[in-house]
Design a protein around this ligand. Structure first.
Ligand code: 13P
Ligand code: SF4
Length: 383
């Protein structure tokens, strides 16, 4: 993703005021009508969220993308891997647009296909006779999703990780090793919550032979966790929870599972961004929360729920700089170009990658939809 270059916007977009940009986006959106759907992730800025037809976490947005019929364009206000997944899940004719091509994800960049192929080969050699099921977090490139789909695995998000891992572990009468990409924290937190002790998990460092493990450690482990992380959620530390507890004894601590295991252990609640939103919506007035996730979601929830006290778990700069690249200027430029018949910043996944990434994504959607599906309900092949 790092190689992708965003062309400078025509000067006019830097000169327009915020109200002018709003008027122009509204107008373009009206004129495009049902041809266009704008999807917005919870971590987007309020000014962008205002224009989203659907707002959600990465799971909800992938489902929304899959549901769209008869449209021409999806403008994805989120990051590159989300736009790729939307391209895979929408019909071939639909163009998916990322308003700023610089909106990548440092976590997704922590696993590439070459490293994955080496890891796979080394694991197969080291663990003969063991079934290894690759599972990738949504926050990964389409190439990794495709690898996973081609090798019997599935995609997961932070809202369905447990269900997907249960599905993977139920194969081969439970004699399964999971290779989990690329977020070690989501993998570790979920496996631990399922009852697996930490010594059943090893970390795979793609820059070291055998991921930095001994052969016996790899053979013994139930989970091989890729050494990746989210630079935003990793900023939260256990002492931040201690400080909140001391200052606000009645406050509940709720964190995203991309946070470190030590933080999750100290928190009261852990869940995806959609889970966090639901908890706040259901909480009675007077509830107090310290939340460990991206700052834009937290400040939006605080504004929407003045009847509750909602603070950020720490005063670290927990802002996703790549999500933040999507702003009114880029959105305006993207939709006005669509109106003029120019598709700019289209995210297109090549046919081979698309074929197997579709399997991995559809497996995830099937698992989520029906809890624990039977093997015959899970997509195995595509035409
Ligand atoms: P969810 O949308 O799955 O909660 O993930 C958060 C995130 O980091 C998205 O990049
Ligand atoms: Fe990637 Fe973290 Fe930003 Fe999500 S919040 S897009 S995982 S860097």
């Amino acid at each position: 993703m790092a190689h992708v270059w965003q062309q400078p916007l025509p000067q006019i977009y830097n000169q327009l005021s915020e109200p002018e940009l709003r008027v122009r986006i509204t107008l373009a959106k009206e004129q495009l009508g049902k041809r266009l759907v704008i999807l917005g992730h919870h971590y987007q800025q309020d000014q962008v969220i205002e224009f989203a037809d659907f707002v959600g976490d990465s799971f909800e947005l992938s489902r929304k993308a899959a549901e769209q019929k008869g449209i021409e364009y999806v403008v994805f206000c989120g990051v590159h891997f989300m736009a790729e997944s939307a391209d895979i899940l929408t019909d071939e004719e639909v163009s998916v647009i990322l308003p700023d091509l610089g909106a990548g994800c440092s976590m997704a960049d922590m696993a590439n296909l070459d490293q994955t192929l080496i890891a796979w080969e080394q694991l197969q050699e080291t663990c003969p006779g063991q079934l290894i099921v690759p599972i990738t977090y949504m926050n990964s490139s389409a190439a990794i999703k495709s690898f996973v789909g081609e090798h019997g695995g599935a995609v997961c998000t932070s809202s369905n990780c447990r269900a997907v891992l249960e599905w993977a572990l139920a194969q081969a009468n439970g004699k399964v090793k999971v290779l989990f990409f690329p977020d070690q924290h989501l993998g570790r937190n979920t496996a631990y919550a399922m009852g697996y002790p930490l010594d059943r998990m090893v970390l795979w460092d793609p820059h070291q032979d055998l991921g930095g493990n001994s052969e016996s450690a790899l053979r013994e482990a139930d989970f091989v966790l890729w050494k990746g992380h989210c630079s935003v959620h990793q900023l939260f530390r256990p002492e931040h929870v201690d400080q909140v507890r001391e200052k606000y004894p009645d406050m509940k601590v709720m964190v995203h599972p991309e946070c470190r295991w030590e933080v999750v252990q100290k928190a009261d609640l852990t869940g995806s961004t959609a889970y966090i939103v639901k908890q706040i919506e259901a909480a009675p007035p007077g509830s107090q929360w310290a939340i460990g996730t991206e700052v834009h979601l937290i400040t939006r929830l605080a504004r929407q729920h003045p009847e509750q006290k909602i603070i950020v778990l720490s005063d670290c700069q927990c802002l996703c700089t790549t999500m933040f690249r999507i702003d009114l200027k880029h959105l305006c430029w993207a939709v006005e170009n669509l109106l003029a018949g120019n598709v700019v910043n289209e995210i297109k996944v090549d046919p081979h990658t698309r074929k197997y990434a579709t399997i991995a994504l559809e497996r995830m959607l099937t698992i989520k939809a029906s809890g624990t599906p039977t093997p015959s309900q899970i997509p195995q092949t595509v035409d």
